[in-house]
Design a protein around this ligand. Structure first.
Ligand SMILES: Nc1ncnc2c1ncn2[C@@H]1O[C@H](COP(=O)(O)OP(=O)(O)OP(=O)(O)O)[C@@H](O)[C@H]1O
Ligand SMILES: [Mg+2]
Length: 306
């Protein structure tokens, strides 16, 4: 039985037996990328990303470089939600922060084995914590010196990431896809160094057509050399097909499952929408502190072979 299956099962069991709400995401990696024994015991220091050497270099091919991005994308006022944005206050000891560091380490481990920069964060249903996970993951990435991250709200139907950051919603991805603005106008830079954000823009009725019109792919190609990580927040998978469209532009997918909430059959159905090779793992969001710190998650499930 795979570890993803175990995680879903566990989420369902928790749903049946507990009513607590917590802020701890727990990462469950699928068996696709087994870790050699010695690497599994040596998690803490993330290696340099495979493509990081390109980051300091001007990107002549696209005409974009980091300096022009900084110049053309002035810092804007954000009011991050202090309840759920874990890293803006400069307090690295908040509940949940350590779990995001662990998730970051796991992603760097996976990146040693495959090209990984464009991440899709999705889930089966609304309100499972996709935006929460995507936003905090981007923050923990840039907490490492010199690392740059871009978060894109690709949930064009129900834009929400801007509320977590306390940033403006437009212009953003929708306006860029409609060719109403260029990439600089659609990007924001907030108070955290090296963290960039493309909001969803105004709500549009034609989300699938826009996401498939080729401009998202073009945008990602242009900005990719400027960032270590590009993290895309999407619509839930079960009600609409948008996430599967965006997945075509990604290197890997993180599936969020909300503890005590996501029915495991729906989580499994959502997971089946994506090719196995793209699925990096499941983030169990809202796991109880006891479960998060238990041997099941950190001793056995995360660190053991399937
Ligand atoms: N681990 C958590 N602990 C506490 N609150 C959380 C947690 N995860 C998410 N929330 C809260 O739950 C709500 C839904 O989270 P979020 O917006 O991240 O979900 P979503 O999956 O992106 O939803 P949607 O599908 O509507 O975009 C938000 O109010 C968020 O602050
Ligand atoms: Mg959301």
């Amino acid at each position: 039985m795979s570890r993803i299956h175990d995680a879903l099962k566990r989420a369902e069991q928790e749903r049946a037996t507990s009513a607590g709400t917590y802020v701890e995401p727990v990462f469950q990696q699928p068996p696709a990328f087994p870790q050699p024994e010695e690497q599994r015991e040596n998690i803490p220091s993330p290696p340099s990303p495979q493509r990081s050497s390109a980051l300091a270099m001007p990107t002549m091919a696209s005409g974009l470089n980091y300096e022009s991005l900084l110049a053309r994308c002035p810092q804007t006022e954000w009011s991050p939600d202090p309840r759920t944005m874990l890293f803006f206050q400069g307090d690295d000891s908040r509940v949940g922060a350590e779990e995001f560091r662990t998730l970051r380490n796991r992603l760097y481990q996976i990146r040693e084995k495959m090209p990984l920069k464009r991440l899709l964060v999705t889930s089966a249903l609304p309100k499972e914590g996709k935006s929460f996970v995507a936003a905090n993951l981007a923050q923990v990435m840039v907490r490492q010196h010199g690392r740059r991250a871009l978060v894109i709200d690709a949930d064009l139907r129900n834009p929400g990431m801007h509320r977590h950051f306390g940033a403006v919603q437009s212009p953003g991805l929708a306006e860029y896809l409609l060719a109403e603005c260029d990439e600089f106008a659609a990007l924001q830079r907030g108070p955290m160094e090296n963290l960039f954000f493309m909001p969803a823009g105004r709500a549009v009725p034609s989300a699938p057509e826009l996401l498939a019109n080729g401009r998202l792919k073009l945008f990602l190609q242009r900005v990719e050399p400027l960032f270590d990580w590009i993290i895309m927040d999407t619509s839930p998978v079960i009600p609409v097909s948008d996430a599967t469209l965006v997945a075509g532009c990604c290197d890997g997918i993180l599936m969020v499952v909300r503890s005590n909430a996501t029915p495991s059959d729906l989580a499994r159905r959502a997971r089946e929408e994506f090719p196995d090779k793209l699925l990096l793992g499941v983030v169990l969001n809202g796991a109880s502190r006891e479960h998060a710190r238990s041997k099941y998650y950190y001793g056995e499930a995360v660190n053991s072979q399937p």
